[in-house]
Ligand binder design. Sequence first.
Ligand code: UDP
Length: 482
Amino acid sequence: MALAESYILNEQHVAVLASPGMGHIVPLLEFAKRLVVHHGFRVSFLNITTEASPAQTDLLHSPSLPSGLHVIDLPPADVSSLVKDEMLVVHRLGVIVEESLRCLKSVLIQLGKPKALIIDLFCTQGFDVGKQLSIPVYTFFTPSAAFCAFTLYLPTMDHEVEGEFIDLPEPVQVPGCTPVRTEDLLDQIRNRENDEYRYYFGHVRRLCEASGIFLNTWEELEPVPLKAIRENPFYQKILTPPVYPVGPLIKEHEPVTEADAECLAWLDQQPPDSVLFIVLGSGGTLTAAQLTEFAWGLELSQQRFIWVVRKPTDASASATFFNVGGDANDPKSYLPEGFVERTRGVGLVVRSWASQVAILRHRSTGGFLSHCGWNSSLESMTYGIPMIAWPLYAEQRANATILAEEVGVAVKPVKGDGKTVIGREEIERVVRLLMEGEVGKVMRSKAKKLQESAANALNSDGCSYESLARVTKQWKDLAAPI
Ligand code: UDP
């Protein structure tokens, strides 16, 4: 980690620490880029390399990063004896982060003690190191403001509720916010007895220790939870740090592979707003039965599509979280027989990973079937694309509800009582509804308005830009570290 002296001594230097997973790396990297490009900072982006996916490595070593942004690969930690195949995502992530961050203090000292450390939600070891080195530590909260309000309320719930949250008779009344239905509660808090909850709660309960919380949202998109966090007496009583909505920060440049180039060339041949883009986030996978129904429903809808497929698994909906981009299976081996041939010309099947933003911003893309990860949701709104909400894990069910019921840019397929999969007729129905129905038109027009509002927020006189400028000014005004 040899760094030029001028770099180490540069006073406008901050460090950003992301936990693994594209949903975390992507927004923190965009945040780091903005600090460099718009606010004149040098940024050390600390990359946890242990079990990094191929897609993460490609993104962080892309030649398009601005020159003031330095990706510092933290030495890989040996987690072989600690990580087990059956571990759930956050538990596994927690172990990887814990082991990888043992070097954090010495790395920050070597970097000449940056003016601030901005950490991801799952890297709260950063608070302890920040305290030891007298560096202010901020959190970059990657999900929505609504979910931030919920998270800040969770320690109170944990204290007050006996038994499981999912057994509560009523929706959770988050102070000042729309109540959250128990069926929308995130996976990590559905069983308080397991290690997944222990790791999750261990991190999120520390959110109030931050000097400030950056949120990947903007004022016009989420006025209610933002107002609640700032003004509701509950949040004042728990000494909530200031929140700074700085979004939507989404991927701008991404590596375009040969397969992506093919997709884009195919899109060039299609009519405007005519193609449904289907991808379930960086880790999303369907069960074999659901994948089969999905393929049939899509074919029956007769709509144009690009579908990023992954080998199905019945084990976990987030099966590819740690190895996305590394799937070498031939889709024909798991899609219904003849699907690829029958849909040739109408649709494209892409293996494992595609340049999502490049496809969303193409004029021929008119709908997005998404797992409703917050980054994917922001990317869709940024390009004015309405959605079919197909939540799978984490807080995605709550995001889907917000997008469908509050923002009005998504439709949710209905599973039907007692069913384990969403049937092909229902899939056909929602695809048609979005791509050729009146409801789809209304959602598209709402999405286009949001696109404008998102762009305004990021302009140099926009609220998200100003919000970040307020904090960077404070950092610039700080005395040089001793
Ligand atoms: N992504 C992509 N191509 C894919 C799948 C995902 O570029 O084939 C990107 C997507 O654009 C987004 C991120 O991966 O920036 C996924 O983040 P999100 O929060 O939506 O979901 P998560 O992966 O955390 O479940």
